[in-house]
Design a protein around this ligand. Structure first.
Ligand SMILES: [Zn+2]
Length: 198
């Protein structure tokens, strides 16, 4: 089977809003006994502090996804620093947790072979590991969510990385993903994957 001897970590970007989608995602994760990671925006944590605390309260990892979803690869160093530092500060102040990972918006400047030197420097100063993803669900593309077309594409991405044994799967906090998450988790398990903790 596709996932024999292999594991996946589920990650959700661009939260904590919309809060109703987040609540639904958290409920599905809880029902399935899964711990995931959430790459949140500082600006949304400021606006929805209770939602950020909900992520942490249910045992999930909360991580840095910049303040305003800026493309950090084209930003000057001063802006990169501001984006990451402000986000660290608001997450720590709101949840008491210090993020250890940064996922740059769009993955820009974060992929091996294309790493942005300023991003590397700022991340190091803030003790953040730069982490992108292995499987892009494209859940934000029309038709949104994790329907049959997306599943075929996801299956292809797994088969294109035959020697890899652990995969980080990128999704987003949005209603269509919340709606389809339960069946997606079932599909991953049918394929034989173990869903691991981040
Ligand atoms: Zn994002």
């Amino acid at each position: 089977m596709l996932g024999d001897g292999k594991s996946v970590v589920l990650s959700f970007d661009d939260g904590p809003a919309p809060v109703s989608a987040l609540e639904s995602i958290l409920e599905t994760l809880q029902e399935n006994g899964i711990k995931a990671e959430f790459y949140v925006l500082g600006s949304e944590v400021e606006q929805y502090p209770d939602a950020a605390r909900m992520i942490v309260g249910q045992g999930h990892a909360i991580e840095n996804h910049s303040w305003s979803h800026e493309d950090l690869s084209s930003a000057v160093k001063q802006d990169v620093r501001w984006e990451l530092e402000q986000t660290q500060n608001i997450i720590i102040a709101t949840t008491g947790v210090t993020p250890t990972r940064i996922r740059p918006p769009y993955g820009a400047g974060g992929f091996r072979g294309n790493l942005d030197p300023e991003l590397i420097e700022v991340a190091r100063d803030l003790s953040l590991t730069i982490l992108t993803w292995d499987i892009d669900t494209e859940d934000w593309k029309a038709p949104k969510g994790l329907g049959p077309e997306k599943l075929r594409n996801i299956e292809t991405q797994f088969t294109q990385q035959p020697r890899k044994v652990s995969f980080n799967i990128l999704m987003h906090v949005q209603p269509a993903t919340a709606r389809d998450l339960s069946s997606f988790i079932s599909q991953l398990r049918e394929w034989g994957f173990v869903i691991a903790e981040p």
